[in-house]
Design a protein around this ligand. Structure first.
Ligand SMILES: CC(C)(COP(=O)(O)OP(=O)(O)OC[C@H]1O[C@@H](n2cnc3c(N)ncnc32)[C@H](O)[C@@H]1OP(=O)(O)O)[C@@H](O)C(=O)NCCC(=O)NCCS
Length: 168
């Protein structure tokens, strides 16, 4: 094994997760996860706008009554735009993002949307690995997309139409 290769932390035992629509009351929990997860976190205003925009969808993952993850996506005609997904650092590697992604796909397909697009930081190997698991492939690069670090974005897309209704 190459000693310089970053190690993938082992998968931990899964936890009982309930996925539901995000409500305003979930904001403190979602904001905390956001601040712990990102260099340039979304603001409270942005999350509130998201909740008030009809084509935007926000779901939370709840473990033992507390918000431990969230996913935010827009549905426009047959397209899904995955805008944000994050899991509390203490609850990573327990399948929570997987459950959030599955729920996004299921809910989107029920509304007739099955083509999904996203941008992800070039260096974000956890997220890229997660997306690949769901069939996303690389479609291009947006150079210097992230102004805080001048990092490139990888554009990824997936077509869920082959999954059929009821998958996920
Ligand atoms: C990316 C992220 C959402 C994954 O959440 P998670 O709940 O830990 O993910 P899961 O436990 O469901 O793992 C699903 C898959 O993600 C990938 N993955 C998750 N953590 C990983 C890690 N540390 N290293 C490599 N791959 C990883 C794996 O492919 C994993 O599948 P496996 O368990 O079969 O190996 C989480 O690491 C996170 O919140 N990161 C910070 C925020 C972020 O970067 N969001 C994405 C950009 S918007």
């Amino acid at each position: 094994m190459n000693a310089e290769m970053p190690q993938i932390p082992p998968r931990l035992h899964s936890v009982e997760v309930a996925i539901r629509k995000m409500e305003k009351e979930d904001l403190p929990g979602v904001l905390e996860i956001e601040r712990l997860s990102f260099r340039t976190p979304w603001t409270e205003t942005l999350f509130l706008e998201e909740l008030e925009t009809p084509f935007c969808n926000s779901l939370v993952a709840v473990v033992e009554g507390l918000v431990r993850g969230s996913i935010h996506f827009a549905i426009v005609l047959d397209e899904i735009h995955l805008r944000n997904v994050a899991v509390h650092p203490s609850f990573k590697r327990r399948g929570i993002a997987t459950r959030l992604m599955e729920e996004m796909i299921e809910r989107s397909m029920k509304k007739g949307a099955f083509l999904c697009f996203l941008e992800v930081r070039y260096s974000n190997r956890q997220a890229i690995s997660l997306y690949r698991k769901f069939g996303f492939t690389r479609k291009g690069i947006r150079p210097l997309y992230y102004s805080d670090t001048n990092e490139d974005a990888v554009i990824m897309a997936a077509d869920f139409s082959g999954l059929g209704a009821g998958r996920a």
